[in-house]
Write a new protein. Structure first.
Length: 394
């Protein structure tokens, strides 16, 4: 079996046929979709020049703790049924992760059907959300539209740059993705969702996208997939606009991070703590850059020691010394003489990713393992918890 980048028309045709088999779509639909993927990196496993497995690398930026990091996504992971359970995806994932790190990406993200499978590659779930279910009439009547804001339907042929501008300026960034291309277009889904843009004059200030599912002859349920706004006035305008759907929408469903203050805008609601319907996973690719690019409280000066084993990206493996001062960190490999065991935190790639993304505090992450946590790592302001919802749409 040989592994190489998919590049020729014949290989793309084979890719479409493999995707049609694996995802139960038509070959023609897959060929149409893959015409949009010219900037993506498809890695294939070939036997006698016949494609048997493939995975797609795509490249964007992602907000973590309100800072932008280079992130490489993985999608369209697939294997011919005849060649499954032979370790082909393991080899593809190892090659892709290695390439992504070498190309300068700091994190990797994916949105899998099966979380347990990808955890062995160092990925961890980083999303926390409350799922809200409301009627449009549950939105308070005194929440009013800003008359300086206009509401328009999104046109994917000309408005994409506006979405990225909103995402970068949004007050609810969380871990929002900023990309070069519209991910909905790449997925071939524009016919399955709708989107509204909110503009103040010529300035884009908010958006939300949604899917509708018919509940009876006249009404639908609205599932809001993503929303972003740059100020509270825009947020109120969006909620006021959603109240207008009272005649044709039975319920509005939306997943929001724990910190989202939506309750004050509602008269009534139903909610439950749960993951998003398709929660994302994240993985540290470059440990040194993760720590050195992150901002820290300027009043904290400390030295941390970290021991980690990374079976895929060997440069991450070892004991690290993190010198944190004046809001920045210098990360270097430590020698055995540098540190004693009682000052060193031992942690997996998965748990480290969750810590850096703000998923949970260190004591919570290591509670089940009863792992030893050095006192220096317990400073609560070093890696505080942050609301997290991986917005994949752009």
């Amino acid at each position: 079996m040989k592994f190489r980048q998919i590049s020729s028309k014949d290989e793309y045709d084979q890719l479409a046929e493999l995707a049609a088999t694996c995802f139960h779509e038509s070959v023609e639909d897959m060929k149409k979709d893959f015409k949009e993927f010219s900037e993506q990196y498809f890695l294939g496993a070939f036997e006698d020049n016949n494609l048997q497995a493939a995975a797609d690398g795509r490249f964007f930026e992602i907000f973590i703790r309100n800072q932008l990091f280079k992130c490489a996504g993985i999608a369209f992971v697939m294997t011919s049924p005849v060649h499954r359970r032979k370790g082909l995806i393991n080899k593809l994932m190892n090659i892709l992760l290695r390439k992504m790190k070498d190309d300068g990406y700091i994190y990797s993200a994916l949105w899998p059907f099966e979380h347990k499978f990808y955890s062995k590659f160092g990925y961890a779930s980083v999303e926390k959300a409350i799922s809200y279910k409301i009627k449009p009439s549950n939105i308070r009547k005194d929440i009013q539209k800003d008359e300086n804001i206009s509401i328009i339907r999104y046109d994917h042929s000309k408005d994409f740059e506006k979405l990225n501008k909103i995402a970068q300026n949004a007050v609810n960034k969380y871990t929002r993705i900023v990309g070069k291309e519209d991910a909905w277009k790449l997925r071939g889904y524009p016919q399955r969702f709708k989107m509204y843009l909110f503009e103040r004059g010529e300035e884009p200030v908010g958006y939300f996208c949604f899917k509708l599912k018919k509940t009876d002859e006249y009404q639908h349920d609205m599932n809001i997939l993503d929303l972003a706004y740059i100020d509270i006035s825009t947020k109120k305008t969006m909620l006021s606009f959603l109240r207008n759907f009272d005649s044709d929408v039975k319920h509005i469903m939306i997943n929001l991070p724990y910190e989202e203050e939506i309750l004050s805008y509602l008269v009534d609601y139903n909610s439950e703590h749960k993951f998003a319907s398709w929660p994302g996973m994240l993985r540290v690719l470059n440990l040194k850059m993760c720590f050195e690019d992150l901002n820290y409280p300027t009043n904290i000066s400390t030295k941390l020691y970290l021991k980690i084993e990374d079976k895929i990206i060997e440069e991450n493996t070892g004991t690290w010394k993190l010198n944190i001062s004046n809001g920045k960190c210098i990360a270097v490999k430590a020698t055995e003489e540098d540190v004693s065991k009682d000052r060193t935190l031992e942690i997996s790639v998965n748990k480290l990713t969750q810590l850096l993304a703000g998923y949970a505090s260190l004591p919570k992450l290591l509670e089940a393992e009863e792992s030893y946590i050095p006192e220096e790592w317990l400073e609560p302001y070093l890696f505080p918890m942050k609301p997290c919802s991986l917005m994949v749409w752009f």
